[in-house]
Design a protein around this ligand. Structure first.
Ligand code: PEP
Ligand code: MG
Length: 599
């Protein structure tokens, strides 16, 4: 059995077909000085042709999947037409008399290296888009075919195995023939994954060495929920998979039924379930899956990977648009959480020995008014007619809140003086993601309108365990007693000050941890959009009074394993734990996606 990440649910059994493609080797070709202008013309011709091809794919995607998915190709068109990138290629052609393909390849490599070293998931995932346009551009410039893949004349159903799946290929797949996808690269939010999900093709990505481990033609069974791939499954394995698939189908139906129901416990305690939104394309999913607002709107995508900072107008428009999608429900916008590894290209980022203990988040914003002020102005403007709330990341002192309040007041006055429509003030909250903020939670709670625990960073900074280090994954535990007790302290501080408290780290989408958070009395949980129905389902099934008892026991316990076991036992009294996915992937509700008929 091979393991990866289940990105599109469903069970598929078929023979494996390997898809091989790679970026062409581009020679270092130079041209005569009088041919330079011709190369630049060729470059621009290629851009027009590729933009047209992508336009066709966009149309096809619109028909097959929907507008949200079609937007993937808008992003690729923007990338291929990016003026600053093309100016860089042109400069290289002129300066070194390079052939267009040589210069293009060089610039793409430069960008790829810059992005690949970033730990920002958004950027790494956009690498697949870069590869896709690079393939097309080079194919045109080198006079080759633009076909990314040749599937042969196989009539039978197949499961494709590839090193990397590109969105352009994925959207062209015939669902009747290609019943499953496996790739070595890719994550849940990569574009090929989003498309596979929309097209209803079960897919597992991030399967290391899949190309080597799966012989072409072998029978494979994939579980796009659990993220597993079994080569040559036994009849017993096939049977187990069928039973699990039936259980999951049942759960999906139950989740579908409660999508638009409130998250109220059987004993009448109401918890709001909101969404964490990283990218604009997630907004629609969050609304569709019943999120009651946005508890964490990450804004880094507005600046990362771009050569210029977004304008105030552009930001205002984005915040307004998200606000509108949720009607009058709150949208909590987190101010730029830059730094560590997330810096805009245009920014003069320092090299630091310990970036995660370095110049990041609110520290960068307060030191860089040229970045922070336009964001605050945009937030005030959007808040004029939308329920926009503002949240500050990585706060460690009350002073950071006070200084932000001063900036907000100054910008509100300046907008009013200029006659620009804007709110005079916005609800302001802080993320509690450092032990310092927990210890000062009572004081911070007096200065702000809400507290929201960023349990990812709080766990990392409490346990001194890097959240991104796979080797330490076993130690990264938000149910460690040191974190659990801090959670209790934050919720008590908020309740004492009469303000709302929420949790917006990943733990809020783990059903076992939800039992704890419910019992501790958090008012809101904010989770990735696909997890919204599952979290609601837990809240609707576990009585608050019982969760409360379990939480009291968890706060008193010293052993992480005992905390987990205690909470799990309580959850198991109300829900079939076999339905909680063993791989940690949560069931998703998706219109149009269903299990194969046989199950
Ligand atoms: C967190 O730290 O828990 C959090 C929600 O913020 P991010 O994951 O963006 O750091
Ligand atoms: Mg954080």
């Amino acid at each position: 059995m091979l393991r990866g990440v289940g990105v599109s649910p469903g069970l598929a059994i078929a023979n494996a077909v390997a898809v091989r493609w790679s970026l062409p080797n581009v020679e270092d070709r130079t041209v005569a000085p009088d041919e330079v202008e011709q190369e630049i013309l060729r470059l621009h011709d290629a851009v027009s042709v590729v933009a047209e091809q992508l336009g066709d794919l966009r149309q096809r995607t619109l028909e097959r999947a929907g507008p949200e998915e079609a937007g993937i190709f808008d992003a690729q068109v923007m990338m291929v037409q990016d003026e600053s990138f093309l100016a860089g290629v042109e400069a290289l052609i002129r300066k070194n008399n390079l052939a267009a393909e040589t210069a293009y390849d060089f610039k793409a490599l430069e960008l790829r290296n810059a992005w690949a070293s970033s730990r920002t998931a958004v950027l790494r995932e956009r690498l697949a888009d870069l590869t896709a346009i690079q393939l097309r551009m080079l194919a045109y410039l080198m006079g080759r075919t633009t076909e990314e893949v040749w599937l042969g004349d196989v009539d039978e159903q197949m499961i494709l195995v590839a090193r990397e799946l590109l969105p352009g290929l994925t959207v062209q797949l015939d669902r009747d023939r290609v019943v499953g996808l496996i790739s070595e690269e890719g994550t849940r939010t990569s574009h090929a994954a989003i498309l596979a999900h929309s097209l209803g093709i079960p897919a597992v990505m991030g399967v290391r060495s899949a190309m080597e481990a799966i012989p072409p033609g072998a029978l494979v069974m994939i579980d796009g929920q659990a993220g597993t791939v079994i080569v040559d499954p036994t009849s017993e394995e096939l049977e187990v998979a069928q039973i699990q698939a039936t259980r999951r189908a049942k759960l999906e139906m139950q989740l579908e039924a409660i999508v638009h129901e409130p998250a109220t416990t059987p004993d009448g305690v109401r918890v709001e379930i909101l969404a964490n939104v990283d990218l604009p394309e997630e907004v629609e999913t969050a609304v569709r899956l019943g999120a009651e607002g946005v508890g964490l709107l990450r804004t880094e995508f507005l600046v990362i990977g771009r050569t210029a900072m977004p304008t105030e107008d552009e930001q205002t428009e984005y915040y307004r648009r998200v606000g509108a999608a949720f009607g009058g429900r709150p949208v909590v916008v987190r101010t730029y959480d830059l730094g560590g590894d997330k810096f805009p290209t245009a920014f003069d980022a320092p090299q630091e020995a310990n970036p995660f203990l370095g110049w990041r988040s609110i520290r960068v914003c307060l030191d860089s008014p040229e970045i922070f002020r336009p964001q605050l102005r945009a937030l005030l403007r959007a808040a004029a007619d939308r329920a926009i709330h503002v949240m500050l990341p990585l706060v460690i002192t009350p002073d950071e809140v006070l200084r932000t309040r001063e900036l907000l007041a100054e910008e509100a006055a300046s907008l009013a003086a200029a006659g620009i429509r804007a709110a005079r003030t916005v609800p302001l909250g802080v993320m509690v993601e450092t032990p310092a903020a927990v210890l000062l939670a009572e004081r911070l709670a007096r200065d702000v309108d809400f507290l929201s625990v960023g349990s990812n960073d709080l766990t990392q900074y409490t346990l001194a365990v890097d959240r991104g280090n796979a080797r330490l994954a076993g130690l990264f535990n938000p149910l460690h007693p040191a974190v659990v007790r801090q959670l209790a302290a934050v919720r008590d501080a908020a309740a004492g000050a009469g303000i709302a408290s929420s949790v917006c780290g990943e733990m809020a989408s783990d059903p076992v941890a939800v039992t704890l958070l419910l019992g501790l009395g958090f008012d809101r949980l904010s989770v990735a959009p696909p997890a919204v129905p599952m979290v609601k389902w837990v809240v609707r099934n576990v009585p608050h009074a019982v969760a409360r008892e379990a939480a009291v026991a968890a706060v008193a316990a010293d052993d992480p394993a005992a905390i987990h076991a205690g909470l799990r036992e309580v959850l198991g009294r109300y829900l079939d734990l076999r339905l909680v996915d063993p791989g940690g992937a949560l069931p998703r509700v998706s219109s149009g996606t269903s299990l194969p008929d046989a199950y």
